[in-house]
Each structure stands twice: as structure tokens, then as C-alpha cells.
Design a protein around this ligand. Structure first.
Ligand code: GLU
Length: 288
């Protein structure tokens, strides 16, 4: 039997549009961190939110990754095929008294933290809409390998948070944590826009008795107005005809040494694996 690798990383795009430079940076950063450790790199499509999922975008993202020579291990995991697994985890949290039904509408609890309206039972005349996870006393010191140490006061800043939405869809926080444990991810390398979510994830890992992965949050690519490049803000797809340009821009964005000019994509990729240094990745958000 083949021994399990000591390092397993992943890239987990939401298929709401093609791979753009910002998501390519997250893919390349997580890929290089995994491969330079001799580890595996898994792929997961976060396609739970049908409102945001764009038909065909998942395949376009896979094509974009292949154009960059980024090949993943094993089959792609599609979250939309895993509803029963999320329901099981949700039930476990309800049965253990850690989660409770909430009857508040989004409008009623706009802003943060959640005031705890349904924490001690649904108010009379209210039906449960969503499920929330209790956060009493939850504070976590996150040791991020790029961003440093950060203390997140979960109860004070976020409060009991939603793990199943009012429309019945498992929340992003729940699905990501269940899947990272299922896929055996040992280190999560992703954009620093998700640093804020990390305390929710660690809290869920404790609640579900899962192993705790390490974290490294990459700087996010912004447009000239300082807004994160995203499919929502209309970021352009990477040019699959010029993958070398994307590699060179991404490596320089990530503070890495650049390979000698004129090489093929696969050679750039292998060179980048051999020369990858996490400690060179800048902490701060910077424009592209
Ligand atoms: N699906 C998320 C996104 O595309 C990333 C989730 C994660 O890496 O934890 O922003």
C-alpha cells in the first residue's frame, strides 16, 4: 500500500466564471506550496450556490489550470454531489447541542455580530429558517504562515454563525470544513480575503472533532481601484494562449525569483517548484 503523503493541499474555486489572474495566483501559490513539499494537490469545485454557479464555468476553470500546466491529483470533488454528507455533519452538530435553529430573517440581523435572538430557543410564533453554530467564548489565535499571528474573537466579532442557510443550502463555512477534512488537507493556501473566515473554520473543526490544518493566506490581487479581482467585479479570464505571461506575473506577484527567459510552460512550472519560497510571499495586499 502506498503511504499517505505528509502534505496535501488543494485549490477550491467557485465556478462562477473563468479562471482570472487573481484565482490563478491562488492556484499557483497553493500548487507550488504542495509540490515543493512533495505533496499532493487536490481540486474541489465549490458549486453549492446555484445562484452564483455559471453553467460551464467549472470546465473552463479546469481548462485554464491545464493551460498553466497545473495538474491535480485524483478526481475533482464537486460539492453539489455531497449534500447528504453535509446534512450528516449538520445533524451531528444539532444532536450535540452545538447548533440551533434560527428564525431571524437576514434583514432582521443585518450587521454583526448576531445578537443571539434564537440562541435559547425560537421566540413564540417563529419557525426555524437557518441553523446557527454556538460561539460562546470562542477566540482563536491563528498562526498563519504568511500573515503571522492573528487573534480572532469569534463570539464578539461574528457571533453564532449560519451553517445551513434559510434556503436549505449548507453554508460555505460548513461545506469547506467538512470537505477539507474529507480530502485530508494538511495545509490550506488561499487568498487573504478568507482570513476573516478562518476562525469560523477552526471553530467548526473543533465542533466536529476534525484535525486542524495549517493555514497560509496569500495576498489578493486587486484592480487599480483597490478592489479584489473577482468574477463579480468582471475580472478578465487569463489568456490561455499566453500561459507563460500568467506564470511570470504570478511569480513576481508572489515575490518569487523569476526563471530564465524563453522557457516552456512546463519548464517554468518545474523551475518554480524547485525555487518556491513561502517566506518570500509578501503579506500585504497589492495592486496587480
Ligand atoms: N471557493 C472559495 C472561492 O473561490 C475558496 C474557498 C477556500 O479556498 O476555502 O473564493
Amino acid at each position: 500500500m502506498k503511504a499517505a503523503p505528509c502534505y496535501r493541499g488543494r485549490f477550491a474555486p467557485s465556478p462562477s466564471g473563468p479562471l482570472h489572474f487573481g484565482s490563478a495566483v491562488a492556484a499557483i501559490g497553493s500548487y507550488l506550496q504542495a509540490r515543493s513539499a512533495g505533496g499532493e494537490w487536490l481540486l474541489r469545485m465549490e458549486d453549492l450556490d446555484q445562484g452564483r454557479t455559471v453553467a460551464g464555468a467549472g470546465d473552463t476553470i479546469l481548462g485554464g489550470l491545464e493551460s498553466l500546466g497545473l495538474y491535480w491529483d485524483g478526481p475533482v470533488l464537486y460539492q453539489s454531489a455531497r449534500m447528504a454528507v453535509y446534512e450528516e455533519a449538520l445533524q451531528q452538530l444539532v444532536d450535540s447541542g452545538q447548533a440551533y435553529p434560527c428564525g431571524c430573517t437576514r434583514k432582521e440581523v443585518a450587521g454583526r455580530p448576531y445578537p443571539g435572538t434564537c440562541r435559547h430557543g425560537l421566540p413564540p410564533g417563529r419557525n426555524g429558517r437557518s441553523l446557527r453554530l454556538r460561539t460562546e467564548g470562542a477566540r482563536y489565535q491563528i498562526q498563519d504562515r504568511i500573515q503571522g499571528i492573528e487573534l480572532q474573537m469569534l463570539e464578539e466579532s461574528v457571533g453564532d454563525f449560519i451553517i445551513r442557510r434559510g434556503d436549505g443550502i449548507p453554508a460555505y463555512h460548513l461545506a469547506v470544513v467538512v470537505d477539507d477534512a474529507f480530502q485530508g488537507i494538511t495545509e490550506i493556501v488561499r487568498g487573504s480575503d478568507l482570513l476573516e473566515s478562518t476562525a469560523c473554520h477552526i471553530h467548526l473543526q473543533h465542533a466536529l472533532d476534525y484535525p486542524l490544518p495549517a493555514y497560509a493566506h496569500l495576498p489578493v490581487v486587486t484592480n487599480t481601484a483597490g478592489i479584489k479581482l473577482s468574477k463579480q467585479t468582471g475580472a478578465r479570464a487569463i489568456d490561455e494562449i499566453a500561459p507563460k505571461d500568467t506564470w511570470l506575473r504570478a511569480l513576481s506577484f508572489l515575490g518569487q525569483e523569476l526563471p530564465p527567459p524563453g522557457e516552456a510552460v512546463e519548464t517554468i512550472r518545474d523551475w518554480a517548484i524547485a525555487h518556491w519560497k513561502l517566506e518570500r510571499v509578501p503579506r500585504i495586499l497589492s495592486a496587480c
